[in-house]
Design a binder for this molecule. Structure first.
Ligand code: HSE
Length: 435
């Protein structure tokens, strides 16, 4: 048996550089907390020439042959930081089949075929850990795998994308439009040059698929998640939210009412109270709330992205594996079973939600009654109405807060209202979420 536990990294980009940097800086602290010292043996990347934010440490091999990490006789743990589905899936499978423990930050991969990969890991008698895949430095995976395992969970809700939270926070603070804040965020380097993945909600959907799978023991995938991003959120939606003591957040929600009930898994902008645990989380921060039957609600808040926070999560997985290799004990990734193909997901159209309709109507005698008729036709009832602005003979701006109604009915009512010739502006709608 070697004196050290040896690990290698495939994918030496930004996150890989973060892992090398934090491991190098904190080596003494890390190695004081594991039963045998950890040793970084090898880095692999197809690009050997582009300068990295950190140097390759002395004594560490840098190769363009991924197999030297994935199957290396001198490697115990493989860290996969390539990202995406291919060749990342082949890399992870190769390493697991070669009997290596694997640590990954790859949310897209886990939301696509995580259940198959966990099955393969168990068959190969190794572990696949992924703390960095959701919430960056926030230890939400470990919280589900360890801290809350005595609970039956009822919901997991989170702000899981820093880019969207930053954009919505600035829109709220400045009264700015989505497009203007996005452009500024790209200039400042907060948003990617191609922001689609973040602003359309896909990144958040990958993350909630993983959390829902763990929370409810089901094989829930990206394709099971209802997704609506933030591109249609208007400056006026944020103004309305502020008037009501609320915030607009891109929320990921996984919930079920009873252990045998279908799971709701959805990502969309919501109106939620500003003075609630998630409603007050601004800027690039992420936050996750988990509700368990025994513990009640708990909330974790922190950096959801960035090199050092992500490296913190990756290295905590490596340290857990080091402990597991030496001491034995139940592997973390086998505590919460995710059977391949087992899923029961509630279609979005059947989920009953409360909404806020923001209407700018022509100030005509029939305008409100025609809106009411469109709502009544779909059995959508109004709990509260707020007049936001009125100029006689010109316009009447209203916010209608509906009672809970199935999404299919609400969308049909909104479509019907949009068709009416009494709109001064197209209607806007936000789903409401209580905390
Ligand atoms: N692009 C993501 C975010 C981080 O903005 O939060 C990686 O998941």
């Amino acid at each position: 048996m070697a004196d050290t536990i040896r690990f290698g990294i495939v994918g030496f980009g930004n996150i890989g550089s973060g892992v090398v940097d934090v491991f190098t800086r904190n080596r003494a602290v890390i190695n004081a907390r594991v039963p045998r010292p950890l040793e970084l043996v090898r880095l692999a990347d197809k690009d050997l020439t582009t300068p990295r934010p950190v140097e390759v440490p002395p004594g560490v091999e840098f190769t363009d042959d991924a197999d030297r990490v994935l199957r290396g006789d001198d490697i115990d743990i493989v860290i996969e930081l390539v990202g995406g589905l291919s060749p990342a899936r082949q890399f992870v499978e190769t390493a697991l089949r070669a009997g290596k423990h694997v640590v990954t930050a790859n949310k897209a991969l886990l939301a696509d075929c995580g259940a198959e990969l966990f099955t393969l890991a168990a068959k190969s008698d190794v572990s696949l850990l992924f703390e960095a895949a959701v919430g960056g430095g926030i230890p939400i995976i470990r919280t589900l795998q360890q801290g809350l395992t005595a609970n039956s969970l009822t919901s997991v809700r989170g702000i899981l994308n820093g880019t969207c939270n930053y954009i919505l926070s600035r829109m709220a603070a400045e009264g700015s439009k989505f497009k203007d804040v996005l452009q500024d965020a790209q200039r400042l380097g907060y948003a990617e040059p191609d922001p689609t993945f973040d602003v359309e909600g896909y990144d958040t959907a990958h993350k909630i698929a993983i959390l829902a799978s763990l929370a409810f023991g089901q094989d829930i995938r990206f394709s099971d998640v209802f997704v609506e991003g933030i591109t249609r959120v208007r400056a006026d939606d944020l103004a309305l939210a502020a008037e009501q003591g609320c915030a607009v957040k891109l929320l990921a929600i996984a919930r079920r009412d009873a252990p045998d009930a279908p799971v709701e898994v959805r990502v969309h902008p919501v109106l939620l109270p500003r003075m609630s645990p998630l409603g007050g989380v601004d800027g690039v921060l992420n936050a996750v709330e988990v509700v368990g039957d025994a513990v009640g609600p708990i909330v974790l808040i922190g950096a959801g992205a960035g090199l050092a926070p992500t490296a913190s999560a990756v290295l905590s997985d490596v340290m857990n594996l080091a402990q597991q290799m030496v001491d034995g004990g139940a592997p973390l990734d086998r505590r919460l079973k995710i059977p391949v193909g087992k899923r029961s997901v509630q279609p979005m159209r059947k989920i009953a939600l409360r909404h806020c309709l923001s209407l700018s109507l022509l100030d005509r005698p029939d305008a409100q009654s025609r809106v009411r008729s469109a709502l009544e036709a779909e059995s959508v009832t109004v709990d509260r109405e707020v007049i936001r602005g009125h100029r006689e003979g010109e316009y009447l701006n209203l916010a209608l807060f509906t009672d809970a109604a199935p999404e299919a009915n609400v969308q049909a009512a909104i479509n019907a209202i949009s068709e009416l010739d009494v709109n001064a502006e197209p209607p806007s709608v936000l789903r409401r979420e209580e905390m």
